[in-house]
Design a protein around this ligand. Structure first.
Ligand SMILES: C[S@@+](CC[C@H](N)C(=O)[O-])C[C@H]1O[C@@H](n2cnc3c(N)ncnc32)[C@H](O)[C@@H]1O
Length: 295
C-alpha cells in the first residue's frame, strides 16, 4: 500500500509543544492518511484529535492508521471550511491547536482521479468524489475567458490565453477526456524552446484546474479564519502550504489576526524541510510551514 510521507513531522510536533492551553482537542483539518495525527496522539497523551477530510477514502486510511488510539480521535467527512459546524455538532467550544496540511496525499495521486498528468487518466481531480464539479466539466464546458482567467489566477500561467484558445479549438472537434490529452494541448501551446524545462509545461494548468474544481483557495481562507477564531488563548495554529498562492494566503491571514491582536506569529519566515527530508521525500521540497499562537 502506498504510504503518504507526512512533511515537517518533527517541526509540527515541536511547535505543538508550545501549546499553553488546557483544552483537549487538536484539529487536524486535513487528516489525510493520519500521519501527523498519529504523531500528535503519540507525543501528547493528554490531547485528542478531531480529524477532517473531504475524501472518504482518506478517512478510511486515517482510521486504519490511528486505531491503536481508539477513543482519542474523532474523524469526520467535511470540508474544513465547515469546521465551525463540525465543532458545534460535537459540542466542542475551543481548540488547543489546529493543523492544516494542504493539497493531496500521495495515495490520492495514485487513485486514477486525474490529479497527475504522468499517466492517462480521466479528467476528474475531485478530492470529494460526491461533488458535481469535475475537471472534465471545467475543461469541456467553461467559456474561453473563464479558462484563461483561472489559468492566470490559479496557475500564474504566462501562456493562459493560448492554452485556453487551444482547449476550445480541440474540444470543438472532440471532447477532451483524459489527463494526457490535456497535457498534450498545453505542451503544444508552449513555445518550442520552453517545452523542455525542469518542470513540465502542464504543471501550472493542472494546479489551476485542481484549485478551481476543489475551490481550494476560498476554502483555505474560510478554514484558517474559523480555526484561529476557535483557538483557545495559548493555542497553536500551523499551516503547511505547497505553492505560492497558498503561502501568500496563510501569510496575509496570519498578519490580519496579528493586527487584531489575536495572533502572535511564531515564524517570521516560513519553515522549510531539511536537506535530509527533501532527499528522503523530494515532493516535500516545496513545503512551507507558518505557525501562530492565539493571544
Ligand atoms: C497533504 S494531505 C494530508 C496528509 C496528512 N497530514 C498526513 O500526514 O497523512 C491533504 C489532505 O487534505 C484533504 N483536503 C484538502 N483540502 C481539503 C478541504 N478543503 N477540506 C477537507 N479536506 C481537505 C485532502 O483530501 C487530503 O487527504
Amino acid at each position: 500500500m502506498i504510504e503518504h510521507y507526512s512533511v515537517l513531522k518533527n517541526e509540527v510536533i515541536n511547535f505543538f509543544k508550545l501549546i499553553d492551553s488546557k483544552e483537549e482537542y487538536i484539529l487536524d483539518a486535513t487528516v489525510g492518511g493520519g500521519g501527523h495525527s498519529y504523531l500528535i496522539l503519540k507525543n501528547f497523551p493528554d490531547k485528542k484529535i478531531i480529524g477532517l477530510d473531504k475524501d472518504e477514502y482518506a478517512l478510511k486510511r486515517a482510521e486504519e492508521r490511528l486505531k491503536e488510539f481508539k477513543g482519542r480521535y474523532i474523524l469526520v467527512k467535511s470540508p474544513f471550511k465547515d469546521l465551525d459546524k463540525v465543532l458545534e455538532n460535537l459540542n466542542i467550544d475551543k481548540l488547543a491547536g489546529a493543523l492544516f496540511d494542504f493539497g493531496v496525499s500521495h495515495f490520492q495521486l495514485k487513485l486514477e482521479r486525474g490529479f497527475s498528468f504522468q499517466r492517462e487518466e480521466p479528467l476528474d481531480m475531485r478530492m470529494d468524489t460526491s461533488q458535481d464539479l469535475t475537471a472534465y466539466y471545467v475543461v469541456n464546458y467553461y467559456q474561453k475567458w473563464q479558462l484563461e482567467d483561472i489559468l492566470k489566477k490559479y496557475g500564474e500561467e504566462k501562456f493562459a490565453k493560448r492554452i485556453a484558445e487551444n482547449i476550445v479549438k480541440e474540444r470543438q472537434k472532440n471532447k477532451i477526456e483524459t489527463t494526457k490529452q490535456l497535457a498534450d494541448i498545453v505542451y503544444h501551446s508552449y513555445p518550442k524552446k520552453l517545452r523542455y524545462g525542469r518542470i513540465h509545461p502542464a504543471t501550472k494548468t493542472f494546479q489551476a484546474i485542481r484549485i478551481e474544481v476543489n475551490k481550494e483557495l476560498e476554502e483555505i481562507e474560510e478554514g484558517l479564519r474559523k480555526a484561529i477564531e476557535k483557538l483557545d488563548i495559548g493555542g497553536i495554529i500551523q499551516a503547511i502550504s505547497f505553492h505560492s498562492l497558498e503561502d501568500r494566503l496563510v501569510k496575509n491571514i496570519f498578519k490580519e489576526y496579528k493586527k487584531l491582536k489575536m495572533l502572535e506569529i511564531l515564524t517570521k519566515k516560513p519553515i522549510t524541510p531539511s536537506e535530509e527530508e527533501i532527499k528522503e521525500n523530494p515532493p516535500s521540497r516545496s513545503a512551507k510551514l507558518r505557525v501562530g499562537k492565539r493571544i
